[in-house]
Design a protein. Structure first.
Length: 205
């Protein structure tokens, strides 16, 4: 399996690295305009929204695969390739969802997208830990602080693995999202609820 960057991709990486070294505090909006934003950040927060191909968590996995030929086995190759295909399918589905939202056609598809995002991130970060070996046990910063930015790609495999666990909680838990998909997409009957018409303030607590 060939994961090498094309000549154009290598040139883009070189330019992006040089720019960020010279402008370490460049705003996300400027990086988006340059086409160098490799993670999905909401547009209202200055990000570009859609991921480029091989952007996000899959980039960490494929970069590790390229750099460490000694860990390549047929089984690992199959796993990496399956995750690459799944990540690309999810990226394209997300782009179609963004276009639907821009056209004023929201729907429950976002719940399925979030479910897929959480599952893939957790599974890919787990495989990265397995490929990293002893290096996966290192963690660069144990400082108890609230980070300013969520940076998956620029941190260690251990950080990505632990941080990805929150993907199934934040922005709607995976359990709630599965209920939405079951009821609104698959048309399955919902659970019996006796308090649907009762305001929150009147619920027994």
């Amino acid at each position: 399996m060939e994961f090498a960057f094309t000549q154009e991709q290598e040139e883009l990486r070189r330019q992006a690295r040089a720019f960020l070294e010279a402008n370490p505090d460049a705003p996300l909006a400027e990086l988006r305009e340059l086409g160098w934003l490799g993670v999905s950040v909401p547009e209202e927060r200055g990000g570009g929204g859609p991921l480029p191909r091989e952007g996000g968590m899959i980039s960490a996995l494929t970069n590790l695969w390229r750099k460490r030929p000694e860990v390549r086995t047929p089984g690992m190759q199959d796993a990496v390739l399956r995750y690459w295909v799944a990540a690309e399918a999810a990226r394209l589905a997300g782009e179609r969802l963004r276009q639907s939202l821009a056209a004023g056609q929201p729907g429950p598809e976002g719940s399925a997208q979030k479910l897929t995002f959480a599952r893939l991130n957790q599974e890919m970060s787990g495989l990265e830990m397995e490929l990293s070996g002893e290096a996966a046990l290192r963690y660069e910063d144990w400082t108890m602080r609230r980070p300013r930015d969520v940076d998956f790609v620029g941190r260690s495999p251990g950080f990505r693995y632990l941080r990805a666990k929150g993907n199934s909680i934040e922005g709607g838990t995976s359990e709630i999202l599965r209920n939405i998909v079951a009821e609104r997409v698959l048309g399955l009957p919902s659970e019996k609820r006796v308090d649907v018409a009762v305001p929150w303030k009147d619920l027994a607590k």
